[in-house]
Design a protein around this ligand. Structure first.
Ligand SMILES: O=C(O)CCC(=O)C(=O)O
Ligand SMILES: [Fe+2]
Length: 381
């Protein structure tokens, strides 16, 4: 390697390691322009991907389409538990999963205090000095606790404007020695958040199995009791040039369901009839739920694992809390046999969590690339 190439490579590596420290760190260093590392090619920028020409730029709030997702009131589901097959809540749930792959839940039973404490402790975590957060930084996607940046910092060519803390919350060891001990209440708040969102997931999953006509839900619900849960605190600092980058690029989530709580600052967008539309929270405490790849596979394509992304803005930092749920890591997910017949041939290969991790470690995560890798190509998409 000649001198010039080596110097360039060295510079690239040191630049990269600077960006590996995350966007919060970059903001602290006083950036006023977006570094090249975060600048997306023109067609991938927030305003450029709307076929109807609607401005999706964070600055064009009035013209930007927004979407009121179907609202599922869980108190109605509980009241009507013995007449569920007629329950209109189950019908709304099925429609939402088919049409959008997204819905919001209200009266969901997760105490408002638990939601707010978790947002608050997340904010305090990302406000910690860099050295404190750095103790948990790792680019090892298998680490059970991991503080990192972008989507996949090992493979992303362009970084996104996001830092995160990932906590593997189920199965949960009895002691949590590796979890951050600062802020001092993080462990207790995060455990309570994880337990509450997990209970909500189990209620929703039971209802969704019913909507799919699973005759005996018990064995599968027992598996879900043992399933995996990953809680991710996402932090999107205010961005100097939000039109040039994204908080998260278009992606789908891997598991059965993801439960997302947002701190009141908008940013989540989903693709709806060809447009990127911003999700309007139904209430301050509503939780957004989306279908993940595993549920799309299990439902043999009936329920959609929808593409979504996050836009950032120049005015306010944003926090979102995402809880990812699936079956135990080693369990193979396949299309439910009763949803496969001559009219609906099997559309997906079997998969498991390990296959997803292997995919993540070897690919740039773009769009629905994992799900695409599980599709049987002879079948319609
Ligand atoms: O920030 C959000 O609202 C969504 C986050 C998300 O899509 C994710 O963590 O996978
Ligand atoms: Fe997501």
């Amino acid at each position: 390697m000649d001198q010039f190439v080596m110097e360039n490579k060295r510079e690239e590596e040191s630049l990269d390691s600077k960006y590996m420290k995350g966007v919060r760190h970059l903001c602290d260093s006083g950036v006023t322009r977006l570094p090249t590392k975060y600048i997306l090619p023109v067609p991938d920028r927030p305003a450029s991907t709307s076929p109807k020409g609607w401005a999706n730029s964070p600055r064009d709030d009035q013209r930007k389409p927004s979407l009121h997702l179907p609202i599922i009131d869980l108190s109605e589901l509980r009241q009507d538990s013995n007449r569920r097959s007629n329950n209109h809540v189950l019908r709304s749930l099925a429609e939402a999963c088919e049409e959008h792959g997204f819905f919001q839940v209200v009266n969901h039973g997760v105490p408002a205090e638990v939601l707010r404490s978790m947002v608050d402790v997340s904010r305090r975590f990302f406000e910690l000095p860099f050295e404190e957060r750095a103790r948990h930084m790792s680019s090892d996607i298998f680490a059970p606790v991991r503080c990192g940046t972008s989507l996949n910092q090992r493979t992303d060519r362009v970084f996104c404007w996001r830092d995160f803390l990932k906590l593997s919350c189920h199965p949960l060891p009895r002691t949590l020695p590796h979890w951050p001990s600062s802020p001092p209440d993080l462990r207790q708040v995060a455990v309570s958040y994880a337990q509450q969102t997990r209970s909500l997931f189990l209620v929703l999953m039971g209802a969704i199995l019913e909507t799919l006509g699973v005759e005996d839900c018990k064995p599968m619900m027992e598996e879900f009791q043992e399933g995996t849960q990953m809680v991710v605190m996402n932090f999107f600092p205010a961005c100097p040039e939000p039109d040039l980058t994204l908080g998260m690029p278009p992606h789908s989530d891997y598991g059965f369901l993801t439960l997302v709580f947002q701190d009141g600052v908008r940013g989540l967008q989903i693709q709806h009839r060809g447009d990127w539309v911003t999700v309007e929270p139904a209430t301050a405490d509503s939780i957004v739920v989306n279908v993940g790849d595993h549920l799309e596979i299990f439902s043999n394509g009936k329920y959609k694992s929808a593409l979504h992304r996050v836009v950032v803005n120049s005015a306010k930092p944003r926090i979102s809390l995402a809880s990812f749920h699936s079956l135990p890591a080693a369990t193979v997910v396949s299309p439910a046999p009763h949803l496969v017949d001559a009219h609906n041939p099997r559309r997906y290969l079997d998969t498991d969590f390990a296959a997803f991790l292997a995919h993540l470690s070897s690919n740039e995560t773009k769009g629905k690339s994992f799900l695409d890798s599980r599709k049987l190509h002879a079948c319609p998409s």
